[in-house]
Design a protein around this ligand. Structure first.
Ligand SMILES: *Cc1c(COP(=O)(O)O)cnc(C)c1O
Length: 423
């Protein structure tokens, strides 16, 4: 079960081996013959040769996350940004097109709408609440993937994963889901039809604000060869590996991650250090215990805010009146996350005053940490967006995002109460 996999998945020591995942702090690995090394370079044998591509510590942790998500293969990356970039760029390059939910993390929006656009990949953004017709109309002959977040940061929309999976599959492309906020403890998108799952492990998975990281998990379910014309990178020979065809040599379960490792990690090198992977694993060992507390605190804070006269609105899918409550009951039956967003009456200025008055909750761009923190996205993470883009991303100018940590709910509520009192 999920809790046991959080604690023990991915690494099973043999007789006399270290109980905890060993930190293999080595850039390189030694072999007896050049022939053996040659086979590794050609992907003809499996083994480690250089930590930019693969490292045993990182692989133990990736295997744990693959197990948690119900996938067949996974890779760690140095950040969530690198994970989402690799996840998309592994199958969509210059001249291609991707359909994405419009309510996504600001950094991902910028990656897609600005940086990847410069690289020749075009994106169409659709509301997560769009109709089937609107969603289907966003596809083009060169569409290669669909992207969305289970619970969007910071809009807190809940994605109808089955609806997006249906549309993706009817157009012969995979659905990529960023599952950072829900974590596999609260939602496993692969069970609802997602083909690839990404994470910023920097958030709940690490959970202590210790190390930046990301992960990509492949479900092993998407049949690249069935849509061979769309995905030549997986279904035709890779000349940089002596003509290997990933989908043929590594099968459904391994092709996507092997290609991402062999090509993207080789060329871009966004690899985490073994030490960072070790810290991530410490977080994963208590993920299931912590998520329950984050959700409990989120729920208590959301209920308090929604009954407060100085609060204009609250977004938290655990509230019965929330727009996404029904979707949350389906996809997140055990809870969503500890992040609550709300608007203080009086708009932007009142939001800034509220933030200044907080004592326990710290102002940070972070979320999903053991310590409660708070952010005004319009003046921080989303400041590159104009008001129209902010609204489309589900971030109104008065929005305050509060990430409830693991403290006592009573203390969080009295801090919020006194900060509201002073405005
Ligand atoms: C933070 C975040 C990212 C980016 O991750 P980094 O680890 O900061 O690079 C991507 N997606 C979501 C949903 C996030 O919250």
């Amino acid at each position: 079960m999920i809790g046991t996999d959080c604690v023990q998945g991915g690494y099973t020591p043999k007789n006399g081996e270290p109980r905890q995942i060993p930190i293999i702090q080595s850039t390189t690995f030694k072999y007896d013959t050049s022939e053996h090394m040659g086979q590794l370079f050609d992907l003809e044998a499996s083994g480690y040769f250089y930590s930019r591509l693969q490292n045993p510590t990182c692989d133990f942790v990736a295997a744990k996350i693959a197990k948690l998500e119900g996938g067949t293969a996974a890779m760690l990356t140095s950040s969530g940004q690198a994970a989402n970039f690799f996840a998309v760029f592994n199958i969509a390059t210059a001249g291609d097109h991707v359909v994405s939910s419009s309510t996504i993390y600001g950094g991902t929006y910028n990656l897609f709408a600005v940086t990847m656009k410069k690289m020749g990949v075009d994106f169409t953004f659709v509301s997560p609440d769009c109709s089937d017709e609107e969603l289907n109309a966003a596809f083009r002959p060169n569409t290669k993937a669909v992207f969305g977040e289970t619970i969007a940061n910071p809009a807190l929309t809940v994605l109808d994963i089955e609806k997006f999976a249906r549309a993706a599959h009817s157009h012969g492309v995979p659905l990529i889901i960023d599952n950072t906020f829900a974590t596999p403890v609260n939602c496993r998108p692969i069970e609802w039809g997602a083909d690839i799952v990404t994470h910023s492990t920097t958030k709940y998975m690490d959970g202590h604000g210790v190390s930046v990281g990301g992960c990509i998990v492949d479900s092993g379910k998407f049949d690249w060869l069935k849509h061979a014309d769309k995905f030549p990178g997986l279904t035709t020979p890779d000349e940089s590996y002596h003509g290997i065809t990933y989908a043929e040599k590594f099968g459904l379960e391994g092709a996507y991650i092997t290609k991402a490792t062999a090509q993207l990690m080789r060329d871009f090198g966004s690899t985490p250090s073994p030490q960072s992977a070790f810290y991530l694993n410490l977080g994963l060992e208590s993920l299931h215990v912590r998520m329950a507390r984050h959700c409990e605190n989120g729920q208590r804070v959301a209920e308090f805010l929604s009954s407060h006269p100085k609060v204009g609105w609250v977004n938290y899918c655990g509230l019965p009146g929330d727009r996404y409550h029904a979707l949350a009951e389906k996809y997140l039956p055990n809870g969503s996350c500890g992040v609550v967003s709300f608007g203080v009456k009086g708009g932007r200025a009142a939001a800034e005053a509220f933030m200044k008055n907080l004592r326990l909750a710290a102002i940070e761009t972070h979320v999903a940490d053991a310590r409660t923190c708070c952010l005004h996205p319009a003046s921080a993470t989303h400041r590159q967006m104009n008001d129209e883009e902010l609204i489309a991303a589900g971030v109104s100018p008065d929005l305050v995002r509060m990430s409830c940590g693991l403290e006592d709910a009573e203390d969080l509520i009295s801090d919020i109460a006194q900060a509201l009192e002073k405005i």
